[in-house]
Design a protein around this ligand. Structure first.
Ligand SMILES: Nc1ncnc2c1ncn2[C@@H]1O[C@H](COP(=O)(O)OP(=O)(O)OP(=O)(O)O)[C@@H](O)[C@H]1O
Length: 346
């Protein structure tokens, strides 16, 4: 359980500011997903924590120890960090047990202890009895489990994952979610998990940190990032939903009343005064009703088990809701709003 603290960390590559003044705490034993579009700086941030990159500015601490600051770096092998990459980086000529045991053997751990520990971690990743198998006889999912086991065997207080499921198909990715949960439960390590897959981030982590162009936009519990995104970029990146213009007509703290085309509904958020805002409308907060926002059905898509119904408002803005029986394209309906979130800022 090692607390990681990043303070104003920056890293530039030529003209690209890959990480831009990021301050972020990873409490001991937390499971944080670093989420963001390709090129937002997720991997660079992970590599800075691992020690493969040095910050141009800022400080990285593990507990009380400074592991990186401008001009001073603790090398990766001295940081006590386990890492699993997208490419499994296994030794093809060794069997599974040999690969998993490798970090212990290099430390001179005695044979019986190695065998016991290898069997233990193979069980955690669901590969009991696979020790004598050759790595090149294994599927992609099994190879990634071997890489996880090799990382676990060293029993580090910090584990870093860089898109570990990116090479696996959708079905396998889903089954691996349980393996990661089990790893977290058993080790209580501080886990940092890089992904560009928002569903994976929401399912796995107890905190999600959203990055864009090297900057940290929000760090919060997955449900908070989903329900109350810090800005329009986070709202657009996490989950489905539309952002529409609205007018605050009854200010408040926590809950206010907004007006969209003379239809009023409550929205979550803080607004001390009347005025223009933008509200996030997620599909599950909308449904067809007798009264509400007038809208025209522009298209429907079957998403199993529901149909996504896309609608145009009078302003030309588009919203979407899910329905088990889709209305016809061109039909005029009303939409009631049971949940809306005011995007902070303007
Ligand atoms: N060694 C490097 N040399 C030059 N530019 C780099 C280097 N590493 C990263 N970059 C640049 O820094 C930016 C952030 O890269 P990074 O790999 O951290 O992003 P990412 O969010 O992990 O993206 P992806 O999901 O595509 O891996 C990108 O513009 C990338 O091209």
């Amino acid at each position: 359980m090692t607390h990681i603290a990043l303070q104003q960390v920056s890293r530039r590559f030529g003209a690209v500011q890959a990480v831009d003044g990021v301050s972020l705490d990873f409490p001991g034993g937390s499971f944080t997903a670093l989420l963001g579009p390709s090129g937002c700086g997720k991997s660079t941030l992970l590599r800075l924590i691992a020690g493969f990159e040095a910050p141009d500015a800022g400080t990285i601490r593990f507990g009380d120890q400074i592991v990186a600051e401008a001009g001073r770096q603790v090398p990766p092998e001295k940081r006590g960090v386990g890492i699993v990459f997208q490419s499994y980086a296994l030794w093809p000529h060794m069997d599974v047990a040999g690969n998993v045991a490798y970090p212990l053997k290099t430390r001179g751990v005695e044979r019986q202890a190695v065998e016991t520990r290898v069997a233990e971690v193979l069980a955690i990743v669901g590969l009991e009895g696979y020790g004598a198998r050759k790595v090149d006889e294994l599927s992609g999912g099994q190879r990634q489990r071997v890489a996880l086991a090799r990382c676990l065997v060293a029993d580090t207080g910090i584990i870093l994952f860089d898109e570990p499921l990116a090479n696996l198909d959708m079905h396998l990715r889903a089954t691996m979610v349980d393996v990661f949960r089990e790893i977290h439960r058993r080790t209580r390590a501080t886990i940092v998990y890089v992904t560009h897959d928002q569903a994976e981030a929401l399912a796995l982590a107890d905190r999600v940190a959203v990055l864009d162009r090297g900057r940290l936009l929000q760090v919060a519990h997955p449900s908070q990032v989903y329900r109350s995104p810090a800005d329009a970029t986070v709202a657009g990146f996490v989950g489905r939903g539309a952002i529409v213009r609205a007018e605050v007509v009854e200010p408040g703290e926590g809950m206010v009343t907004v007006d969209v085309g003379r239809v009023r509904f409550p929205a979550r958020g803080d607004r001390p005064a009347n005025g223009p805002v933008r509200v996030l409308l997620r599909p599950e907060g909308l449904r067809p009703a007798e009264t509400g926002l007038p809208a025209v059905v522009t298209s429907t898509i079957y998403r199993g088990p529901v149909h996504e119904v896309r609608l145009a408002l009078g302003t030309g803005e588009e919203i979407a809701l899910d329905a088990s029986h889709p209305p016809a394209v061109g039909e005029r309906i009303h939409v009631s709003v049971s949940d809306a979130w005011i995007i902070p800022g303007v």
